[in-house]
Design a protein. Structure first.
Length: 174
């Protein structure tokens, strides 16, 4: 329900979903789900991630390649992150990038670089066998770069190579 809060969330949270279809091959579909999980409620982050995972699985069953991106407010050592990557459901593009990731490890420096040595809390996740991350980059845009900062987070960019067809995680011998 719009504007509602659940579990231990501090404010209402949303996810935005966009479906893109190839103009040359309508059977090729890309779904991007962008979210911003709660910054205070650990239970809210975990439950919301499980709901998002259900949407990801539904879109995959419909034949779409799916990216789940956004501010998860949780790092790679969290239960939320572990739930999303459990059983190979999703893969972190930062870890799977063919080229070594570029840029600082932390994605949340704050507006005035007051957060130091933090984990990466902004993620780009994808289903295995549907895409290949060529390069993952965290842009080193901080207050000391003298740029006007549009966010208290650093931008995360990933260059993907999408397969023409789904690549099975297991191949048959013979």
């Amino acid at each position: 329900m719009p504007g509602s809060k659940s579990w231990d969330s501090s404010i209402p949270r949303i996810a935005t979903l966009v479906r893109l279809t190839s103009t040359t091959d309508p059977s090729r579909k890309l779904v991007v789900i962008n979210t911003h999980l709660d910054h205070e409620g650990a239970a809210s982050r975990r439950m919301a991630a499980l709901l998002l995972l259900q949407h990801v699985q539904d879109e995959q069953q419909a034949g779409s390649t799916v990216l789940l991106v956004g501010d998860f407010n949780d790092g790679p050592s969290s239960p939320t992150y572990a739930d999303l990557l459990a059983q190979g459901r999703l893969v972190d593009a930062f870890n799977a990038s063919i080229a070594l990731p570029v840029g600082p490890a932390a994605t949340f420096p704050g507006f005035f670089n007051q957060v130091r040595d933090a984990e990466r809390i902004d993620h780009v996740l994808f289903a295995p066998g549907t895409a290949v991350p060529l390069l993952a980059t965290v842009l080193a845009i901080d207050a000391d770069t003298q740029l006007s900062l549009p966010s208290d987070h650093r931008p995360v960019l990933v260059d993907f190579l999408f397969s023409m067809m789904r690549i099975d995680a297991q191949s048959s011998a013979g």
